[in-house]
Design a protein around this ligand. Structure first.
Ligand code: SMO
Length: 765
C-alpha cells in the first residue's frame, strides 16, 4: 500500500519501514561475525587460545591480530596536511585492525569470530581465552601528559601526538600586559558518544579482486579512502555501498578497524561476512566526540573593547589519532578563534594527547560548538566582571556588516559575509530579552531561579576535500538521475538535490532523482556529508551541472528546430527560437537522443571546494528548581544566517536536530571513564542520558539570510549551526539563573545532580 505523504521524498520509504539500512542487506551464503573486545584499558597480550571457539558449533574461522598484521592491515591512518609547533608533524602510530601484542583501550577489537549465525559467533567469542598482562593506563589527557605516564605508543613520546599553535604569542602578551581587564575561564567540553539510531554494522563481500562494503557512511569516497589508508588496499578496489544510513554526526565518516577485519575475513573465506553491533558495543567502539579541556582569556580596555584573546586546549584523541580527529581540534577552532568579534590579536595553543580510551573524532560541530562555547561564556563573564550589559558588550565588539570579507587574525579563515548585529537584534526581540527581568522576578516569587542566555557564533562550513563531482544522466524514460557520492544520513538530500537541479532545468522535480553510492554509476570523486558542506559542495555542483546540461542542449535544440544556435534562448525548461513560438522542451530533446549509450545531454561537473561561514544568534531561557537542581528549558530562539534557503522544511530539520544534539550535551550527555582503571562507566542508556522530546517546550526558528558570495547557490550550510549555538546559549542561561544564588562556575552537563551540587558549593567572589 502506498501512503500519500507530502513531506520529504525519502520519508515515504523511511516512515513505512521499507528503508534499507546496513542490517537489511543480505547476500547469498553470508556468514555472521562477532568481535571479542579488550576488557583492559592497557595490557600486553601474552597469549590467545581460540581452540575452544573454533570447536564451537557453526564456527568457520577466528581471526586475530596475527592475521590482520600479516595482511598488512596495521597502518597509519591519520595525517595532517600541516605541521605544528617547531615544524613537527602529527605523530600517528599504526592502527591495527585487530590488536596484536597490546591492547590500548577497553573495547578495542582483539579477535573476530565468523560463524553460520550471529548467535553462534557471539557464543564462540566468549570461548576465546586471552592471557593479558595489565599495564598502567592513562585514561585522561592530564594523566597521559604527566611525567612518568605510561607510554601508549612507541611512536608518540610523552603521549603528545600534536602540538598546534596559531596567532601571535608575543603580540598577545603585549596586549594582555596593557589591558584594563583580563577575564579567564577554564571549561570542559566533556566526551560524548555519537549514538546514531543505527548501530555500527557492515557487510563485506569480494567480487573478484574488489571489496564491496555495505556500511553506514557519510560519504562513499571518504570512507573508501579512509579504509584504503587503514588496509593498504587500493581505493579503486573498494566499493562502499549504502542506501539508508541511520545517523552520521561525524562518527560515520572515517573507516573503523572492524571494516578492515571484516574485509579480511570475507576475502579469506570467500563468502560475505556480516556484522551488526549491539548498542553496548556501539558505546565501546564507535568513535567518541569532544573530550576537550579549554582555557580562554580575554583582554579588554577600559571602554570594554576586546584587545586580545588567548586559547589553550588540551584535546583527548583517545588511543589512536583517527583521520579527522586531529583536524577538528586544530583548524576548525583556529578558524573561529575570535568568534563574531573584532579582536585584533589572538594566540592559541592546542595540545593533542593520546590516552587509553576510545579514539575521538568529529562529532556534530567538530570543534565549532566548543570554540563558540568557550568564547561566549567568556564574553558573559567579561560583562559580569566589568559590570556591563551582556548584549551591549557584544554589540560594541561585533564585526560590522561592512567589514566583509573579514580575515580572522589567526589567518586561518576569511569570513565571506554576514550581519551579526542584525542576528543579535532579531534574537533579542524574538526572545523578549527586554522583558526578562520581570519574568525573573515572577519566577523568584515562586522560588525558582530563572535565567536567560545568548550566544553569537560564526563557524566554517565546507572545504575538507579539493573538489566535489556530480553527474546528471538523462534516462531513456525521460527522467534525470543525479549521481553523487554525497552520503546522506537523513538530511533530506533526496528531496533537495532534485529540487536544485529541477529548478535550474525548468523541469518538474518529480522527473529528477538522486542516486548515491551506486557502483554501476559513473566513478565520481567528492567529500561526504560532513562539515555542514553538502549543499555548498554537492548542491552547488548540481546547479553547475544543470547549467552545463542546458548549455550542451543549445546546439541540439538548434539542430532540432533547424536554426542557428545563436537564435536559441532557454527559459522554463524549453529552448525556443527567440521571438517565435517554435520550441522544444529539454526533456523532449533528451528523449529524442535516447539510445543504448550515454545521452548527449549527460553532464559531469566538478566544483572546487569552497568554504562559507554560517552565523547565528541563539537565546535560551531556563528555570531552575533549587530544591532538585532540575533545569527546565522554557524557550529557545535561534536566528540563523545559513545563506540562501533552499528548502525551509529541511533547514528547520537541520537547525532543530543540531540544536537538540547540542542541548543533549548541555543538559545530560556525558561519557565517563574511571580515571584509574580506564573502564567506561557509561556504557548504556541507563548511565548515559540522551535528550528526550520533553526537553523542548517552545522553540522559535528564524533566518536572516545574507547570501554567500563563495558558491553559486549562495548557501552557507546548516548541519552544525544548531549544535554550535546550543552549547553556549543553554549554559549562559543556566549560569545566569544560578549567579544570583552565588554559583560562578559550572561545566556541562547542567544535569540536576551537578546543578544541585553547585548550588550547595556556591563560590562567592
Ligand atoms: S562533525 Mo561532521 O560530520 O563534520
Amino acid at each position: 500500500m502506498t501512503v500519500p505523504f507530502a513531506g520529504r521524498r525519502e520519508d515515504q520509504r523511511l516512515l513505512t519501514g521499507t528503508g534499507r539500512f546496513t542490517a537489511d542487506w543480505t547476500l547469498p551464503g553470508q556468514l555472521h561475525a562477532a568481535f571479542l573486545r579488550s576488557e583492559h584499558a592497557h595490557a600486553e597480550i601474552l597469549g590467545l587460545d581460540a581452540s575452544a571457539a573454533l570447536a564451537a558449533p557453526g564456527v568457520v574461522a577466528v581471526l586475530t591480530g596475527a592475521d590482520t598484521l600479516a595482511a598488512g592491515f596495521h597502518r597509519t591512518q591519520a595525517l595532517l596536511p600541516y605541521t605544528g609547533r617547531g615544524g613537527e608533524a602529527l605523530k600517528a602510530p599504526p592502527r591495527p585492525a585487530l590488536a596484536a601484542g597490546r591492547v590500548r583501550y577497553v573495547g578495542e577489537p582483539v579477535a573476530l569470530v565468523v560463524a553460520e549465525t550471529a548467535a553462534q559467533a557471539r557464543d564462540a567469542a566468549e570461548r576465546i581465552a586471552v592471557d593479558y598482562r595489565p599495564l598502567p593506563a592513562a585514561a585522561t589527557p592530564e594523566a597521559a601528559l604527566a611525567p612518568g605516564a605510561p607510554q601508549i605508543h612507541a611512536e608518540v613520546p610523552g603521549n603528545l601526538c600534536f602540538d598546534y599553535e596559531y596567532g601571535d604569542a608575543a603580540a598577545a602578551d603585549a596586549a594582555f600586559a596593557r589591558a584594563a581587564h583580563v577575564v579567564r575561564l577554564e571549561l570542559e567540553s566533556a566526551r560524548v558518544v555519537g549514538n546514531p539510531m543505527e548501530p555500527k554494522a557492515a557487510l563485506a563481500a569480494w567480487d573478484g579482486e574488489t571489496l564491496d562494503l555495505w556500511t553506514g557512511t557519510q560519504g562513499m569516497v571518504a570512507l573508501r579512502d579512509s579504509l584504503a589508508s587503514l588496509t593498504g588496499l587500493p581505493p579503486e578496489r573498494i566499493r562502499v555501498r549504502a542506501q539508508d544510513v541511520g545517523g552520521g554526526f561525524g562518527i560515520r565518516g572515517p573507516a573503523y578497524p572492524e571494516h578492515a577485519a571484516l574485509a579480511l575475513a570475507a576475502k579469506r573465506l570467500g563468502r560475505p561476512v556480516k556484522w551488526v553491533a549491539s548498542r553496548s558495543e556501539t558505546f565501546l567502539s564507535d568513535y567518541h566526540g569532544r573530550a576537550l579541556r579549554m582555557t580562554a582569556e580575554l583582554a579588554l580596555d577600559a571602554e570594554g573593547r576586546f584587545l586580545a584573546i588567548r586559547h589553550a586546549w588540551l584535546c583527548d584523541q583517545g588511543a589512536y589519532p583517527v583521520a579527522t580527529g586531529p583536524l577538528i581540534n586544530t583548524l576548525n577552532p583556529a578558524m573561529m578563534c575570535t568568534g563574531c568579534y573584532r579582536i585584533p590579536v589572538v594566540y592559541g595553543r592546542h595540545r593533542l594527547a593520546v590516552t587509553n580510551t576510545v579514539p575521538v573524532t568529529a562529532y556534530r560541530g567538530a570543534g565549532r560548538p566548543d570554540m563558540a562555547y568557550v568564547i561566549e561564556r567568556l564574553v558573559d563573564e567579561a560583562a559580569r566582571q566589568t559590570g556591563r550589559d551582556r548584549l551591549a558588550l557584544r554589540r560594541l565588539n561585533l564585526i560590522p556588516r561592512d567589514a566583509f570579507p573579514y580575515r580572522v587574525p589567526s589567518g586561518a579563515a576569511e569570513y565571506d559575509s554576514g550581519d551579526y548585529a542584525a542576528l543579535l537584534d532579531a534574537a533579542a526581540e524574538a526572545a523578549d530579552w527586554a522583558g526578562f527581568e520581570a519574568r525573573r522576578a515572577e519566577a523568584a516569587a515562586r522560588g525558582r531561579l530563572r535565567g536567560i542566555g545568548c550566544a553569537l557564533f560564526v563557524e566554517p562550513s565546507g572545504g575538507v576535500v579539493p573538489r566535489d563531482e556530480i553527474a546528471l544522466a538523462f534516462t531513456p524514460e525521460g527522467g534525470i538521475v543525479i549521481h553523487s557520492v554525497i552520503g546522506p544520513s537523513g538530511q533530506g538530500h533526496e528531496t533537495v538535490m532534485p529540487e536544485i537541479v529541477a529548478r535550474a532545468l525548468g523541469v518538474p522535480p518529480e522527473s529528477v532523482t538522486l542516486r548515491t553510492g551506486d557502483p554501476e554509476g559513473p566513478p565520481l570523486f567528492g567529500g561526504g556529508a560532513f562539515a555542514s558542506r553538502s549543499m555548498l559542495s554537492h548542491g552547488a555542483a548540481g546547479l553547475v551541472a544543470a547549467r552545463e546540461a542546458v548549455r550542451k542542449g543549445r546546439a541540439l535544440a538548434a539542430e532540432a528546430l533547424e536554426t542557428a544556435e545563436a537564435d536559441i534562448e532557454f527559459a522554463a525548461g524549453e529552448y525556443r527560437i527567440a521571438g517565435t513560438d517554435r520550441r522544444i522542451g529539454l526533456l523532449e530533446l533528451a528523449r529524442r537522443h535516447a539510445g543504448p549509450g550515454p545521452n548527449p545531454l549527460d553532464t559531469t561537473a566538478a566544483l572546487p571546494a569552497t568554504r562559507a561561514f554560517p552565523s547565528g544568534a541563539h537565546v535560551a531561557e531556563v528555570e531552575v528548581d533549587p530544591d532538585t537542581g532540575e533545569v527546565a528549558l522554557l524557550r529557545y530562539v535561534a536566528v540563523d544566517d545559513c545563506g540562501v534557503v533552499l528548502n525551509p522544511t529541511l533547514l528547520a530539520g537541520q537547525i532543530l536536530g543540531g540544536m537538540v544534539q547540542g542541548l543533549g550535551q548541555a543538559f545530560g550527555e556525558l561519557c565517563a571513564y574511571d580515571p584509574e582503571s580506564g573502564q567506561l562507566l557509561t556504557g548504556s542508556f541507563l548511565d548515559y542520558a540522551m535528550p528526550r522530546a520533553d526537553l523542548l517546550r517552545e522553540v522559535v526558528l528564524r533566518e536572516r539570510c545574507v547570501p554567500s558570495p563563495n558558491n553559486p547557490l549562495g548557501v552557507k550550510g546548516a548541519g552544525e549551526a544548531g549544535t554550535t549555538g546550543a552549547l553556549p546559549a543553554a549554559m549562559n542561561a543556566v549560569l545566569d539563573a544560578l549567579r544570583p544564588a552565588g554559583v560562578r562556575h559550572l561545566d556541562m552537563p547542567a544535569s540536576p545532580a551537578r546543578v544541585w551540587a553547585a548550588l550547595r558549593e556556591r563560590v562567592a567572589d
